[in-house]
Design a protein around this ligand. Sequence first.
Ligand code: DQA
Length: 145
Amino acid sequence: MPKPIYVLSGPNLNLLGTREPEIYGHQTLEDVRKLCEARAAALGREIVFRQSNHEGELIDWIQEAREKACALVINPAGYGHTSVAILDALKAVGVPVVECHLSNPAARETFRRKTFVSLAATGVVSGFGPASYELAVEAAAGLAR
Ligand code: DQA
């Protein structure tokens, strides 16, 4: 069995569906998980789908992905704009990284225009709502080792 694609989501994304729905929409993170699973299955892949509000837990999962994943999709949420530690973990992960965002951070406040994660990502998918995750899973499957 090929290794799974890890799909990690950062802080506040557990509130998807009720959190600023005018920006992030009405679909829940569970809805997003189902979309990712279906897209991965259509490509003959499995996913490991996790969310955490804690930087260290995300870093532990990125380190786990070094051995257990074939590729990594990450929506780092607010940590993307702040966390050198997550960037360092991603630089050491050794599998392809695809960054994704539901919104288009480049079209929002100036502090969202830069993410540290982008420095370690092969590419970024943003602005398509839950479809950003599906597209990112597809890209990760194409890059997977
Ligand atoms: C986000 C964009 C980030 O700027 C923000 O902090 C989030 C969500 C997105 O998916 O659009 O929490 O990553």
